[in-house]
Every structure is written in structure tokens, then in C-alpha cells.
Design a protein around this ligand. Structure first.
Ligand code: SAH
Length: 260
């Protein structure tokens, strides 16, 4: 049995442990393992499961059973998260205890930030019937709540693990895209700056004049609408360069057409 103080591994995802407290159905251990594995999370930790993994576990894990079989087992939540710099507890309903409540993506972002800073971090899930006790939630730095229908707020344990594991993956993938640039993987392709965008808008203005887009109308309204479109597009530096290339050609053709 591996201890919770396992050596710190390479990427931030490897420093995220999913802690399942007092799980009652062995099938859910398997489903949770599958949910984790599909999202690139591999570290499951168990706290006092009611039953040992069984055939249902294997059936539901669909090939991801190693996560359950290798999972360290602890007697208490405190023990399972002793070495963690951040612990988030997932709850199906808001409790009256004074704990900050985060949405899944906020929780994911906090976990990844702390993991990138080199810490071990934990995402904790409660029992199928009763969730986490207030004492267990007090051990957490913040709560994570999936904004489900308040009249039917409780997800199946493995479904809740899936939602959070996906939020973690989505956040990690976004971070990778920003770091690597666009799909061509050009690291120079940074989000555009305000000054670059203003340069583009100025050239757009000149081009619209040159191709006689306004036809005597005041240019402001069209320019405002076009600005809104391009601001919404969240352009990168490289995309602005491409658009400015298009404008430059349009300007050149307009010059040719007007014989100037
Ligand atoms: N009746 C229990 C439900 C437990 S469901 C309760 O009210 O707490 C099992 C576990 O799945 C929960 O302890 C929690 O960790 C997670 N979970 C279920 N629904 C969730 C939701 N809407 N938001 C966050 N976690 C949820």
C-alpha cells in the first residue's frame, strides 16, 4: 500500500488526488476510476470504504481498475490529505458551515494553480447516502458545488467525479493552448494587445473609406458594430496579422481601381 506522501510526480495532474470517503457501493469505485482515467487523472485515494473492491468494481472500471487496486487506503480524511497544500470538498448542497463555495471550473483552476506551484492537492468526495460530514468539510479549504437542480441536487458519486475531472482537464488543456499558441503550435501566437487591436481598427477604418463601404453614411455606426465583432473574437497576434494582410491587399486593389 502506497502512502499519501508518494513522491511528487511530473505534471500538475499528477499532483491531484481524488479522495473518495466512505464509499458504499464498490461499483462506484470502478465508475469513478473510469471517470478519472478518461480525463487523465490517475491518483485515487480511499478513506474507509464500506466494502472492498469486488466484481462490480471491475465491471464498472472497464479497464481502469488499476486506479482502485493501487489506491492507498486511509482510516480518516485527515490522514489522507495530511501532506496537501489545498483540499477542496465536493458537496451536493450548500451547508451552513462557513466555507467558501466554488463552481467546478473555479475549483479546478485553484487546484491546478496550487499543483503548478508544486503542492499536492486533493479533491474530496463523500458517501453516496450522506455525503461528507461537517467535520470532514471543515478539513477542506473550500467547497465545490456542481450547480445542479436545487430540487434534485445530488449526482451519482462517479458522475460528480466525472464533472470535476472534466473541469480539471478543460482547464489544463486551455492552459496548454495559451502556452503553446494556436493549433499550429506557434509559441509566438500570443493573445493580442490593446495597441495591436487599435492599429487593426485604424487600418479597417482606412480600408472601409478606400473601398467606399459607407457610401455617404456616417462611418461610426458600422465601425462600432465591426469593433464589437472583432473584440468578441478574442483574436491572437497572428490572427490580427492575417486580417491586416487582407486589409492591405484590399487597400492596394482600391488604389489600383481608382488609378492613384
Ligand atoms: N445525499 C448526499 C449526496 C451524496 S452524493 C448529500 O446530500 O451530500 C456523493 C458525493 O458526490 C457527494 O458527497 C459529493 O462529494 C458528490 N456530489 C454529488 N452531487 C454533487 C454536486 N451537485 N456538487 C458537488 N458534488 C456533488
Amino acid at each position: 500500500m502506497e502512502s499519501a506522501e508518494s513522491p511528487v510526480k511530473a505534471g500538475p495532474a499528477d499532483r491531484i488526488r481524488i479522495v473518495l470517503v466512505g464509499t458504499q457501493h464498490p461499483g462506484n469505485l470502478g465508475s469513478a476510476a473510469r471517470a478519472m482515467r478518461t480525463m487523465g487523472l490517475t491518483r485515487m485515494v480511499l478513506v474507509a470504504p464500506e466494502k472492498a473492491p469486488d466484481r462490480d468494481t471491475l465491471a464498472m472500471a472497464a479497464g481502469a481498475e488499476a486506479l482502485v487496486l493501487d489506491a492507498p487506503v486511509h482510516a480518516t480524511l485527515a490522514e489522507a490529505v495530511a501532506d496537501c497544500s489545498l483540499v477542496l470538498g465536493c458537496t451536493a448542497r450548500s451547508r451552513r458551515i462557513a466555507l467558501e463555495e466554488l463552481a467546478p471550473r473555479e475549483g479546478a483552476a485553484r487546484l491546478i494553480d496550487a499543483a503548478k506551484a508544486g503542492g499536492e492537492v486533493a479533491l474530496v468526495f463523500g458517501r453516496e447516502r450522506t455525503g461528507l460530514t461537517n467535520e470532514e468539510l471543515q478539513l477542506c479549504h473550500a467547497a465545490v458545488h456542481i450547480p445542479s437542480d436545487p430540487e434534485f441536487s445530488s449526482l451519482n458519486l462517479a458522475a460528480a467525479v466525472q464533472v470535476l475531472a472534466y473541469a480539471v482537464r478543460e482547464t489544463l488543456l486551455e492552459g496548454t493552448r495559451i502556452a503553446l499558441g494556436d493549433e499550429d503550435g506557434d509559441p509566438r501566437d500570443q493573445p493580442t494587445t490593446h495597441a495591436e487591436l487599435e492599429g487593426f481598427f485604424a487600418q479597417l477604418d482606412e480600408t472601409l473609406e478606400a473601398i467606399d463601404f459607407h457610401k455617404g453614411r456616417a462611418p461610426e455606426s458600422a465601425l462600432r458594430k465591426l469593433r464589437r465583432i472583432f473584440l468578441r473574437a478574442d483574436l491572437s497576434t497572428r490572427e490580427v496579422r492575417l486580417l491586416r494582410g487582407v486589409l492591405a491587399d484590399a487597400q492596394r486593389m482600391a488604389r489600383l481601381a481608382s488609378g492613384k
